[in-house]
Design a protein around this ligand. Structure first.
Ligand SMILES: CC(C)(COP(=O)(O)OP(=O)(O)OC[C@H]1O[C@@H](n2cnc3c(N)ncnc32)[C@H](O)[C@@H]1OP(=O)(O)O)[C@@H](O)C(=O)NCCC(=O)NCCS
Length: 151
């Protein structure tokens, strides 16, 4: 990893273009501008910076004591250097502060790098939703993972 310090801050509407640039570069089925605009009203959206470069974003929602990780994205050129784990850790700490004591997430069954990241953090696979996601040429299953949050 470079020596530039990694920092986090909340997203605002002024960050939309920069977030969408990373989102569209990283996903085959990205979240749209409208989803992020709605998301800013309902969820916590965090940005990650390496020095002054924006390198990722993540979205978390907490209802009573249950957290949901809704999006986690690292800019493709910055992947594979441990930034995903740092971002996940920041989002889970924030979820805990908001009173989340267990976190759930869904991911595409084919998304092995995300699966390994979540497993490394402490998530376990707890279920599968058939044909949950649109995919090129059809549908794809979602895996459901869960993790107990502690301080
Ligand atoms: C999933 C995602 C967020 C992971 O981010 P990342 O920054 O690449 O994650 P990490 O760097 O922490 O881990 C990725 C790999 O790099 C390796 N790695 C971590 N630190 C490293 C280092 N210092 N040197 C070399 N390799 C390292 C990890 O071991 C891991 O390897 P593995 O996948 O073979 O297990 C990222 O791939 C991404 O944005 N993907 C597209 C969007 C997406 O699918 N999001 C999840 C939707 S559910």
């Amino acid at each position: 990893m470079s020596s530039d310090a990694v920092t986090f801050r909340r997203m605002t509407e002024a960050d939309l273009d920069a977030v969408l640039k990373i989102e569209y570069a990283a996903f085959s089925h990205p979240w749209t501008r409208g989803i992020f605009i709605d998301g800013l009203k309902s969820y916590e959206i965090w940005l990650m910076f390496e020095g002054n470069q924006q390198v990722g974003h993540g979205v978390v929602n907490v209802i009573i004591d249950e957290a949901h990780l809704l999006n986690i994205t690292v800019k493709p050129e910055s992947q594979g250097r441990g930034l995903g784990l740092l971002l996940l850790d920041q989002l889970m700490k924030r979820a805990y502060e908001l009173n989340g004591r267990e976190c759930f997430l869904e991911l595409r069954a084919s998304n092995q790098s995300a699966y390994r990241l979540y497993e490394r953090y402490g998530f376990n696979e707890v279920g599968r939703r058939r044909d949950y996601y649109p995919a090129v040429g059809g549908r794809e299953d979602a895996l459901v993972m869960a993790c107990t949050l502690t301080d």
